[in-house]
Design a protein around this ligand. Structure first.
Ligand SMILES: Nc1ncnc2c1ncn2[C@@H]1O[C@H](COP(=O)(O)OP(=O)(O)OP(=O)(O)O)[C@@H](O)[C@H]1O
Ligand SMILES: [Mg+2]
Length: 259
């Protein structure tokens, strides 16, 4: 793919196959006998035929209703999910914050989780030692919490530590799914500052957020997803305005075919 691209998404479709036989109950056993094989699974097309290029150094915002496929797309870019069709090509080291505290071991302290996260990102112990203090300082948890098990954290504390770890790994590509939603106002401001620094360092950032001001403030491009498909791509303010109009009056752009 062209050198200037960080992410190339080609005709990507992701379908989840959900088994309807989750529970082994007597009722289900009787029902199952009457169900044909094909009826025991349900296919959910979470992403449908999406094509998109993300150049290095750009900050892309993704908006769309609940269930639009935003997180599924992010998981596929992160390499956690495989495409059902099409492909995603990524050029650079990725750091993700796709759900708060995922990857944290609840029994270990914040500090030990930072070490684990560092090892998982391929850092050596010396680099980790350098980063630990920096991460702890950024997260600025209440007194002593960095040395307590993370299961004792509030969701805001999880959010602070998760964000601090994700941005400290100096990734080429940073994927953030609702990452700025848990912290308090002061932490949010600090996170925005850090995001602006990362933007200035020409890192590629993809942000999924229902906080539309985050998208208009930080991003240089935005896309709007609806039922797994790309509705529109453009300047963040225009995309957000169209999306808000859709939320208020339910109108999709005329060039969009509801699939
Ligand atoms: N692990 C899964 N197994 C089966 N279906 C899933 C799974 N994760 C998501 N889905 C389905 O895929 C579709 C897209 O979900 P996704 O989580 O990507 O949406 P989203 O845009 O991130 O929504 P939200 O704004 O609520 O976070 C939905 O219909 C959802 O029910
Ligand atoms: Mg989501």
């Amino acid at each position: 793919m062209p050198e200037e691209l960080a992410i190339r998404i080609e005709n990507l479709s992701i379908t989840y196959k959900v088994s309807l036989e989750a529970k082994r109950t007597l009722k289900n056993a009787v029902m199952r006998a009457s169900l044909k094989q094909k009826e025991r699974t349900r296919m959910i097309e979470a992403v449908k035929g999406l094509t998109l290029d993300v150049p290095h150094g750009s900050v892309l915002g993704i908006v769309g209703s609940n269930g639009a496929g935003k997180s599924t797309l992010m998981r596929c870019i992160a390499g956690i999910l495989s495409p059902t069709e099409g492909r995603v090509i990524v050029n650079g080291k990725i750091s993700t914050l796709l759900a708060l505290g995922v990857g944290f071991n609840p029994a270990l302290s914040g500090r030990d989780n930072i070490i684990l996260g560092g090892l998982a990102s391929g850092l050596n112990m010396e680099e980790i030692a350098d980063k630990t203090d920096e991460i702890a300082a950024f997260a600025a948890l209440p007194d002593g919490f960095i040395d307590l098990p993370v299961r004792t954290y509030s969701s805001g504390m999880y959010g602070r530590l998760s964000f601090a770890v994700a941005v400290s790994m100096t990734p080429d590509i940073l994927l953030l799914d609702e990452a700025l939603s848990a912290g308090d106002a002061a932490f949010k401001e600090k996170s925005f500052e850090r995001m602006r620094e990362l933007c200035a360092e020409a890192r590629t950032i993809v942000i999924v957020s229902h906080a539309l001001a985050t998208v208009t403030d930080l991003c240089d491009t935005a896309i709007w997803m609806h039922k797994g498909a790309l509705v529109a791509k453009g300047k963040p303010q225009e995309i957000v305005d169209d999306y808000l109009k859709f939320l208020n009056v339910g109108s999709l752009p005329s060039n969009y075919e509801d699939m």
